[in-house]
Design a protein around this ligand. Sequence first.
Ligand code: DOR
Ligand code: ZN
Length: 344
Amino acid sequence: MSSDSLTIIQPDDWHLHLRDGEMMQLVAPMTAKQFGRAIVMPNLRPPITTADQALKYRESILKATFDSEFLPLMTLYLTDNTEVEEIDKAKASSFIKAVKYYPAGATTNSDSGVTRIDNVYPVLERMQDLAIPLLLHGEVTDEHVDVFDREAVFIDRILIPLRQKFPELKMVLEHITTQQGVDYVLSQDKNLGATITPQHLLLNRNAIFKGGINPHHYCLPILKREIHREALVKAATSGDPRFFLGTDSAPHTQINKESACGCAGIFSAHAAIEFYALAFERAGALHQLEAFASFHGADFYGFSRHSKTITIKKEPWTIPSEINIGKAKIIPFMAGEELSWKIS
Ligand code: DOR
Ligand code: ZN
């Protein structure tokens, strides 16, 4: 590693929204250019709740990324009505790698999510037996809980009892955003990992309100105070194998973001590894980027690490201010800003 070039084993994205249709055609190749594999979220409309749907979705992603070696790792969307047999089918499929829990109403396309965690105990039991990881959107939806506290309250109310009931079930606390999230993961010595997004490493909640309301910095879980951002940076750059890369890149059109009721989600797939490089560089920890981006997630899920490498170079460039999608546009993360790193 010189100070202006960094070669690392090819990374994977352990939490990604690829959408479908025209949007997928646009965004999937961007991820495939950087990452070897990605855990693909199932919150489409309608959601991917069955192994058959996941198979079709996977085929469409493979088509959209045909000129790469990109491997989509599929997930099922857990609902109150998910059948235990569907878990057996998922296991037999060999390409479904996890099941995603959204509390009903927590975020984009989560209305079919779980209303009470005990509704899905039989399914979780089978996942534990078959070693299929549970991926958690870790927020409560209780209206009495402040939006900035939803992750911390989720840990106390849902996660701690859940881990006691299913100690052998592998879980990933997705897109952690708080000191409490970091501390809880650190308190668990097996079967729990956490993904961290680029926006939660680079921004605190002031970014949502800087100079006016900034819908392009709105995502869920929402950005938090600076002390939380600092805790996340410390965790990500620590070399601790429980923390790994998951962009949560979640594209929405400009119109759907800049609206009276704007969608949650930040699109970062256009320069994902560069954003992480920036965050790690700022922390003086570029030497830890490879472990976070390319080793820890693969090790947690039980995949082999890639043998291919990618190189990122110190080469300032300007992120486009918008990306066209048919007649619509996506406003990418850090639109119009200069970024110091570029993938070769
Ligand atoms: O900000 C978010 N956007 N958080 C989520 O949990 C879902 C995602 C999306 O699908 O847009
Ligand atoms: Zn997500």
